[in-house]
Design a protein around this ligand. Structure first.
Ligand code: HEC
Ligand code: HEC
Ligand code: HEC
Ligand code: HEC
Ligand code: HEC
Ligand code: HEC
Ligand code: HEC
Ligand code: HEC
Ligand code: HEC
Length: 429
């Protein structure tokens, strides 16, 4: 029987036994099968003092990956895990709870050591990367505790892999982790940094792709800022950041006048038209208006913008009428797999046109517009032929109707004749 250290320790033990936690439980549920838990103190808590008194931490700890790999309480906190009384257990190299800098030092003792991390296929660069970020500069160079340390983004007790949906660094949870500070106005104002990035991102094309369509190819905060090396991309880098994913748009953009800006001119970035956090496509009917944001109304550039807008509007209306023509054919009971195929091909040309407009090159755009117009014309042609056939069909039916009416008329006439010819039998009866 464990001797209580004092009345508080006694209450703690009492609480443990009520919740049934001093009974040995199978180690860590839901972890990779076949892992050996020999080093896991949680499998023999009666011999690991920290777990007996700190039942809440034990539960959290058992869910995380460190307990699977034998990283134990005293690896991070020090102290004597074989002691069952507070003064001894909290003796020796016991550090108590860990401050931000201590925490960083403790995590780095393993995670910055490539020899230890190699066997798990993990990089050992997190602290080196953190050092290069605004966060790391603030914490390490200025000793300012407003900045995040390792344990602000990774729960030190329930430490989970980034691909675990319960982890704070799982793609759909990352923005909430950043929001703890970046949505806190009182924390951000002294640094002159605005808040609201999280809400803006959530409602952007990227947020909708990520949260509503579960499209994990869309960036969360770290897709543009990096995780440990979080920094805002500077103006010159933005096209590279967006271009990592939007490869074709980037290529088209680089061919246009804005991608080729050189010399003293500040380069134009994707975010000048699409914004960084509330990223949206520019509506077609607002293209010319967008140019006016920087170029003189009525000037050569805005005129070009209007022409670009017209090309896209015409192509969009071609697509719309082709789509309606296919629907019409379906309503008339036609087999439309060929037309559907052509429509899909035209749609991918239309998407190419949307990308290509980043070149602002009317000649290249005209070629693609022609392809779309010709596909649309073919499909509409088919629908028109079908409509004519339908009309012809109706005309063809006219003689048949006449013939049928004639028969009915003749039959009525014959009936009347028959009636008048039959003798009146009623009177003879
Ligand atoms: C006999 C019970 C008992 C044992 C065994 C025990 N602790 Fe504690 N621990 C306590 C109590 C009681 C407190 C004080 C409550 C508080 O401050 O939250 C505490 C506080 C702590 C704190 C917080 C200190 C702070 O500065 O806030 C840490 C960290 C901690 N213990 C870690 C450990 C570790 C690691 C072990 C094993 C090596 C361990 N404890 C073993 C009872 C125990
Ligand atoms: C990977 C390192 C690591 C391991 C392993 C770890 N801790 Fe902690 N612990 C921390 C850090 C860092 C803090 C600082 C507070 C924070 O960031 O949550 C902390 C805080 C604490 C605290 C005080 C703050 C609080 O939340 O009440 C207690 C008590 C504690 N740990 C107990 C334990 C016990 C018991 C174990 C073993 C089951 C354990 N820790 C395992 C890193 C660790
Ligand atoms: C005693 C060494 C040790 C210490 C100290 C340590 N870790 Fe770990 N950590 C590991 C090992 C081993 C793994 C398991 C690697 C694996 O199996 O993928 C791991 C895994 C992780 C993972 C999951 C990575 C992945 O993709 O598998 C994160 C996140 C993590 N640790 C963060 C921390 C943080 C934050 C701290 C400090 C609070 C810390 N670690 C302290 C050894 C340690
Ligand atoms: C600002 C938040 C933040 C801080 C601070 C932070 N991390 Fe991370 N960490 C992340 C995110 C987000 C990921 C997921 C990266 C991904 O999915 O590409 C991650 C991933 C990891 C991984 C998995 C392997 C990898 O590198 O992708 C480990 C291990 C890790 N962090 C350890 C640490 C350690 C150690 C520290 C302290 C030196 C630390 N982290 C500080 C946010 C943070
Ligand atoms: C513990 C609080 C905290 C957390 C969590 C946090 N940050 Fe920060 N972050 C700060 C502080 C404080 C600054 C101000 C640094 C400065 O300007 O010196 C900052 C600055 C930044 C900057 C630089 C802004 C600029 O204009 O210089 C970026 C980018 C950033 N954080 C992104 C992130 C991302 C992405 C996450 C989540 C993965 C995150 N932060 C999580 C506190 C935090
Ligand atoms: C699509 C890319 C992208 C995504 C996703 C993104 N950011 Fe940004 N962020 C940027 C760019 C680009 C800047 C620089 C803007 C500038 O300098 O004008 C920036 C700037 C910032 C800044 C500096 C202050 C500001 O608002 O200008 C912070 C803080 C920040 N981002 C945090 C976040 C957080 C938190 C998330 C996740 C909710 C996030 N970012 C998601 C691209 C992105
Ligand atoms: C990590 C990859 C990634 C990065 C980085 C990225 N995006 Fe995206 N973006 C996507 C994905 C995925 C979608 C959703 C695609 C879809 O729904 O068709 C998307 C959608 C968009 C859309 C809407 C497209 C549409 O058809 O409605 C725009 C505009 C956009 N991104 C611009 C940007 C800009 C500007 C940047 C840089 C500041 C950027 N993206 C950075 C992956 C990325
Ligand atoms: C965010 C500001 C901005 C927006 C929006 C913008 N531009 Fe520009 N554009 C510039 C800058 C800066 C230059 C280089 C300096 C200059 O020639 O005026 C430039 C140059 C050009 C040039 C080359 C001019 C030359 O003399 O070589 C053309 C053409 C052009 N833009 C067309 C457009 C069109 C069309 C739009 C709308 C779709 C547009 N721009 C939207 C900033 C912008
Ligand atoms: C001068 C303003 C301007 C700049 C700069 C700009 N775009 Fe666009 N972008 C547009 C317009 C306008 C559309 C919408 C065209 C349409 O469909 O009507 C668009 C559409 C898009 C789309 C959706 C259509 C598609 O092709 O997938 C994406 C993604 C996109 N832009 C990404 C980017 C990226 C990445 C950059 C930087 C390399 C960038 N844009 C620079 C004006 C701009």
């Amino acid at each position: 029987m464990i001797k209580p250290a004092g009345s508080f320790g006694f209450m703690l033990i009492l609480a443990c036994s009520f919740t049934g936690l001093s009974a040995a439980r199978p180690a860590v549920a839901g972890t990779a099968a076949g892992t050996a838990y020999v080093q896991d103190p949680a499998s023999s808590p009666q011999r690991y003092g920290c777990l007996i008194c700190h039942a809440d931490k034990r539960r959290a700890y058992q869910l995380g990956i460190h307990s699977d790999r034998g990283v134990q309480c005293h690896d991070c906190h020090g102290g004597n895990p074989t002691a069952f009384e507070t003064p001894e257990a909290h003796g020796g190299d016991f550090r108590g709870s860990l401050g931000k800098l201590e925490s960083l030092e403790v995590c780095s003792s393993c995670h910055a050591d490539p020899d230890q991390m190699r066997q798990y296929g993990l990089p050992a660069d997190q602290i080196a990367e953190l050092r290069t970020s605004r966060h790391g500069q603030l914490l390490l160079d200025a000793g300012n505790l407003d900045a995040p340390t390792c344990s602000d983004c990774h729960d030190p007790h329930t430490t989970l892999r980034p691909d675990d949906a319960r982890s704070g660094v799982y793609p759909t949870n990352i923005s909430a982790t950043c929001a703890r500070c970046h949505d806190d106005e009182s924390l951000m104002t002294p640094y002159g940094i605005p808040t609201g990035q999280v809400a803006e991102h959530r409602h952007s094309a990227h947020g909708i792709a990520l949260y509503e369509d579960q499209n994990f190819a869309a960036p969360t905060c770290i897709g543009c800022h990096g995780s440990h090396a979080a920094l805002p991309p500077n103006v010159g880098e933005i096209s590279n950041v967006c271009g990592r994913c939007h490869v074709n748009v980037r290529r088209a953009f680089d061919l246009g006048p804005h991608g080729r800006l050189e010399g003293g001119e500040a380069p134009l970035g994707c975010t000048d038209c699409h914004s960084n956090h509330d990223t949206e496509r520019v509506a077609t009917e607002r293209i010319a208006e967008t140019c006016e944001g920087c170029h003189e109304a009525g000037g050569a550039e805005t005129t070009l913008g209007e022409e670009v807008e017209q090309v896209l509007r015409r192509a969009a209306s071609e697509m719309e009428s082709a789509d309606e023509a296919v629907e019409e054919l379906v309503r008339r009971g036609h087999e439309v797999s060929d037309e559907r195929f052509r429509l899909r091909a035209a749609l991918s040309e239309f998407r190419r046109l949307e990308t290509l407009q980043h070149t602002l090159d009317l000649e290249q755009m005209a070629d693609v517009e022609r392809l779309i117009a010709s596909a649309s014309m073919d499909i509409r042609g088919k629908a028109e032929v079908s409509a004519e056939e339908k009309w012809e069909h109706k005309l063809f039916l006219i003689p048949i109707w006449f013939f049928a009416l004639g028969i009915v008329f003749l039959a009525g006439y014959r009936l009347r004749r028959l009636r008048s010819e039959t003798p009146d039998v009623e009177g003879t009866l």
